[in-house]
Design a protein around this ligand. Structure first.
Ligand code: 3HC
Length: 288
C-alpha cells in the first residue's frame, strides 16, 4: 500500500507548474505554488483561475468543484513554506544551475525524510538533481505535457539512485490520484517523448530555414498528412522556443549527434526576443 500525496508543493507557476497545480487541486490535493516574486505569483494565480473558470464554462467542472479547487490552491514566494509537503514538484525554467540550487534548498526545507522531491524537467538528468540533495533515493522525474489539463501522460524517470518505493508512490500519485497514464523511462536526456519529439521539431525549423516551404505549409502537411493535432512550428511556439532550445542543448550535450543541434534560426529568434506563444510571437503571431 502506497501512502497518498495529500500536501503538494509546486515550484514555478508558469504553464507547466500552473497546469500541475490545477490538476492536483482538482484531484483533491492541497497545493502550495511557490513563485519567484509576488508579481509572478499574481500572474500565475490569474492564469490558473482563468483556466478553472474555462472548465466551468465548458461544463467540465461545476462551480462548487471550481471553488473547492481554488480553496486548495495557495501561493507563496518563500520556499520555506513548503516544509510540510509530502511531495514537491519543481517546474522552473530549464536551467541546470537554477535547478541544482533549488534541489539543495528543498532538501534542507522539506522536513519529512520520506517526502518526494520531483522534477518536471524535460531533459536534465535526474541523477544530477539527486546529487544536489542528501536524499537521492527520494528524487525522481515526474514529467507532464503541455497543456497539462488536456494531455493524459506523465513520464516517470527514476535515476540510478531512486528507491522503488519512491517510483511506486510517484506512479500512484500520477496514475491513481491525478488519473493520468504513466510510462517509465530511463534517466537519459529527453527521456522517451522529447528524445523523439525534439529532433522532429528541430527538423521542421531547419526545413523552414532552408526555404523548403512556408511555416503554414509545413504545419498543414503534418496536421492533414499525419493527423497531428498541430504542426511542428505551432507546437514549438506552444512549448516555448527558449524551452525548446534548452532541451535541444541538453540532448546535444548528452548525445553529440547533429539531429539534436539547435538550428541557427532558433537562436536568432531568441536573440530577437521571439519565444513563441507566451511572448505573443514566434513562428506565428498570437493575440492577447
Ligand atoms: N487547459 C485546459 N483545457 C484546454 C487547454 C488548457 N490550457 N487548452 C485546450 N484545452 C481544451 C479545450 O478546452 C478543448 O476542450 P473541449 O474539446 O472539451 O472543448 C480541447 O482542449 C481542445 O482545445 P481547442 O478547441 O481550444 O483547440 P485544439 O483542438 O486546437 O487543441 C491542443 C489544442 C489541446 C493544444 C491540441 O492542439 C494539442 O493537443 N496539441 C498538441 C500539444 C502537444 O503535443 N503537447 C506536447 C508538447 S511537448 C511537452 O509538453 C513536453 C515538454 O517537456 C516540452
Amino acid at each position: 500500500m502506497v501512502t497518498k500525496i495529500e500536501r503538494l508543493g509546486v515550484v514555478g507557476g508558469g504553464q507547466m507548474g500552473g497546469g500541475i497545480a490545477e490538476v492536483s487541486a482538482r484531484a483533491g490535493i492541497d497545493v502550495i505554488v511557490c513563485e519567484v516574486s509576488t508579481e509572478a505569483a499574481r500572474v500565475g494565480r490569474a492564469r490558473l483561475w482563468k483556466s478553472l473558470n474555462r472548465g466551468v464554462e465548458k461544463g467540465k467542472l461545476t462551480e462548487a468543484e471550481r471553488d473547492e479547487a481554488q480553496s486548495r490552491l495557495h501561493f507563496t514566494t518563500t520556499v520555506t513554506d513548503l516544509d510540510d509537503r509530502d511531495m514537491v514538484i519543481e517546474a522552473i525554467a530549464e536551467d541546470e544551475g537554477l535547478k541544482l540550487k533549488l534541489f539543495a534548498e528543498l532538501d534542507k526545507v522539506v522536513s519529512d525524510p520520506e517526502a518526494i522531491l520531483a522534477s518536471n524537467t524535460s531533459s536534465i538528468p535526474i541523477a544530477k538533481l539527486a546529487g544536489a540533495t542528501k536524499r537521492p533515493e527520494r528524487v525522481i522525474g515526474v514529467h507532464f505535457f503541455n497543456p497539462v489539463p488536456v494531455l493524459n501522460l506523465v513520464e516517470l524517470v527514476p535515476s540510478l539512485l531512486t528507491a522503488e518505493d519512491t517510483v511506486a508512490r510517484a506512479t500512484a500519485f500520477a496514475g491513481d490520484q491525478l488519473g493520468k497514464e504513466t510510462i517509465r523511462a530511463k534517466d537519459r536526456s529527453g527521456f522517451i517523448v522529447n528524445a523523439l519529439l525534439v529532433p522532429y521539431l528541430l527538423s521542421a525549423i531547419r526545413m523552414l530555414e532552408g526555404g523548403f516551404a512556408t511555416a503554414e505549409d509545413i504545419d498543414k502537411g503534418m496536421v492533414l498528412g499525419c493527423a497531428h493535432p498541430m504542426g511542428p512550428l505551432r507546437l514549438s511556439d506552444l512549448v516555448g522556443l527558449d524551452t525548446l532550445k534548452a532541451i535541444a542543448d541538453s540532448l546535444y550535450a548528452e548525445y553529440a549527434e547533429p539531429t539534436y543541434a539547435a538550428p541557427p534560426l532558433l537562436q536568432r529568434m531568441l536573440d530577437a526576443g521571439l519565444k513563441g506563444k507566451k511572448t505573443g510571437k514566434g513562428f506565428y503571431t498570437y493575440g492577447s
